[in-house]
Unconditional design. Structure first.
Length: 194
């Protein structure tokens, strides 16, 4: 079984993925490679805000390629996994606050082709309906998106892709409310399936 978590930054995707893995240890967790790759290829950068457009494009390709490779590695070994960030999230994060980055359509085809060849069985979509812990610019992980306007843009993009354009044909479960309420919903769904 392949599960993806999706949603804007700070909506609890990583927390839920870790909790699922604790409850269902047969799932391997794929952590987002964003921070690791960011620090590897841009050691002088402290956050997303430090990345210029050209570097951001290369950075996004590197991150999504690492994600694709991690998912294929586990699929080819027959291992069930939970991905902290779905491939669709990489589409939302490719868009810069000022608009479209050069070459978005080519990037989108690359991501969608990868998904079609190894689709998720289910996506848990984390709604942007609460303020994340460490949401001020001085708190929390600097590689996580905390700006409310950016989070709203990412959420609007994903919502449009999932519910209007139907970019994913599988089962999508919306998660809202407190982290505890979200986990309760996830547990109820997974207990039916597993």
């Amino acid at each position: 079984m392949k599960i993806g978590l999706s949603g804007a930054g700070g909506t609890g995707k990583g927390t839920i993925a870790r909790q699922i893995q604790e409850i269902y240890p047969e799932f391997e967790m794929i952590e987002s490679p964003v921070e690791h790759i960011g620090k590897l290829i841009m050691p002088q950068s402290q956050s997303f805000r430090d990345i210029d457009n050209r570097t951001r494009r290369d950075f996004q390709y590197s991150c999504v390629t690492a994600q694709i490779q991690n998912e294929w590695f586990l699929k080819n070994r027959g291992i069930s996994y939970i991905s902290e960030r779905s491939l669709f999230d990489y589409l939302a994060y490719y868009l810069r606050d000022s608009g479209e980055i050069m070459g978005y359509r080519v990037y989108e085809k690359y991501v969608l082709r990868a998904h079609e060849s190894n689709p998720y069985d289910i996506i848990f979509y984390c709604c942007n309906d609460f303020k994340p812990h460490g949401s001020s610019s001085s708190e929390g992980d600097s590689w996580k998106e905390r700006d409310e306007q950016s989070r709203k843009r990412r959420d609007d993009f994903l919502r449009r892709k999932f519910f209007e354009e139907k970019i994913f044909n599988g089962r999508i479960i919306e998660l809202s409310g407190t982290p505890e309420e979200r986990l309760k919903t996830v547990s109820a769904v997974l207990s039916e399936i597993i």
